[in-house]
Design a protein around this ligand. Structure first.
Ligand SMILES: Nc1ncnc2c1ncn2[C@@H]1O[C@H](COP(=O)(O)OP(=O)(O)OP(=O)(O)O)[C@@H](O)[C@H]1O
Ligand SMILES: [Mg+2]
Length: 402
């Protein structure tokens, strides 16, 4: 076998080969060409080579091809072709003119190899890239949307919190009102107690007046009359005291702390006496604070009432409450100490929480110390703490001096 012939076989076995005459009519195809195009040799020989042309390929491509090879040059390109069954295949094509001795074109030979898979993969890759780009774009979009939703949610939440806080404030108002009413009920009891003594005095005075009237002792009668007027003044003063105690102040004022403590204790005098509680007050007359006086009274009253209940609960015999006020660096300290056994260490952190009570059986609402704390913080700009010492609870109120 000649060398050239072997060479030809080698090319034909590894490539897709076809030949056409100068007009593009197929004169030869190899096995590989038949395989990839789906046509058999008989269907191809004698046909125009454009039998495998793909309709997608623009005309200008073929113009360029023909221009090149007619100029006796080699044309190289990746061509998109269509097989018999309509499927697409891609081939890297080299078309060379074959010339005769005189340099005229005899025929054309086209040698190709299949790059369909490559192209398809590249296309697939491109498509994936596009998809990715799109995904990215929509992702940004989605993130933006989500962020906006979150922001909205946040805004809504803020609004809700504000509303809830507002509602809570309303609730606090009601709670304060209720506490005030409850305390008022107790006050009426205290007034009754404080009036018992002057009422019996009045009874005696009236009896004496009748006696002196009968005896026509006008001097003694006058004396008794004046005495009676004094007693009645005292009684109306009691009413006045209670009225003051319960009036709502619009403005904060400067007031003497000792006066306030004295007032609270005198208002509670009746119930403290009945409970056999001894109250000691230790405070300088001159110490002043700034805030809502009546509310501070209410706070002290609540703390004293708790001590009173603790004494009863623990059945303490010798009952003492010490209330002291002293001045320190920039603060006034009001301390209220009882000897009722103290607050259980397991609950002491919770006593200022609203509705925390250990008196479920005896109808405690658990609002007493919550109100105290609210008053100290809001109406006096102060702080309150509690701990146990000397066999009882020790409340310390710290109020800044203005
Ligand atoms: N001086 C005290 N000694 C012992 N325990 C106390 C004392 N003061 C308060 N406590 C405890 O703290 C709890 C909370 O007190 P708070 O005044 O807030 O509610 P309450 O007294 O139970 O109910 P309310 O005052 O609303 O009738 C009480 O239930 C009690 O257990
Ligand atoms: Mg209480």
């Amino acid at each position: 076998m000649g060398e050239l012939r072997q060479y030809k076989i080698a090319i034909e076995q590894s490539n897709i080969v076809s030949k056409t005459d100068i007009n593009g009519i197929i004169t030869f195809v190899n096995e590989e060409f038949c395989k990839i195009s789906g046509y058999n040799k008989n269907e191809l020989i004698g046909k125009n080579h454009n039998i495998v042309r793909h309709p997608d390929v623009p005309k200008s491509n073929f113009e360029l091809l023909w221009n090149t090879i007619l100029k006796k040059e080699t044309f190289k390109a990746t061509a998109k072709n269509r097989a018999k069954d309509g499927s697409t295949f891609y081939v890297n094509t080299t078309i060379s003119p074959i010339l005769d001795k005189n340099g005229n074109i005899l025929e054309f030979i086209a040698i190709r190899y299949d790059v369909t898979e490559n192209i398809l993969l590249t296309e697939e890759l491109k498509r994936k890239e596009e998809e990715l780009k799109h995904l990215n774009a929509t992702l940004e979009n989605r993130v933006e949307k989500q962020t906006k939703q979150l922001l909205d949610l946040n805004r809504n939440l803020e609004k809700k919190v504000k509303e809830e806080v507002e509602k809570n404030r309303e609730k606090d108002k009601v709670v304060f009102q209720q506490a005030r009413l409850a305390a008022m009920g107790e006050m009426i009891g205290n007034i009754a107690h404080q009036w018992r003594q002057p009422l019996s005095e009045l009874g005696i005075i009236l009896f004496s007046m009748k006696k002196f009237l009968v005896q026509k002792d006008l001097g003694k009668l006058e004396e008794q009359y004046e005495q009676g007027k004094k007693v009645i003044d005292r009684m109306s003063q009691t009413i006045e005291d209670f009225r003051n105690f319960f009036s709502l102040e619009k403005h904060k004022n400067i007031f003497f702390i000792k006066d306030t403590i004295n007032e609270v204790v005198s208002i509670l005098a009746g119930s403290l006496a009945r409970a056999k509680i001894h109250v000691r007050i230790r405070a300088r007359k001159t110490i002043k604070v700034f805030g809502h006086k009546n509310e501070l009274s209410q706070a002290i009253l609540n703390i004293i009432n708790n001590a009173k209940e603790a004494f009863k609960d623990k059945n303490i015999k010798k009952r003492t409450i010490v209330i002291s006020a002293k001045k320190g660096e920039g603060f006034v300290y009001i301390c209220i100490q009882d000897n009722a056994g103290g607050i259980d260490e397991t609950i002491i952190d919770k006593v200022f929480e609203p509705y925390f009570t250990t008196k479920h059986a005896s109808s405690g609402t658990g609002l007493g110390l919550y109100i105290v704390k609210t008053i100290i913080e809001n109406s006096m700009q102060g702080e309150i703490t509690v701990d146990n010492r000397d066999g009882g609870a020790f409340f310390m109120i710290k109020i800044p001096i203005k």
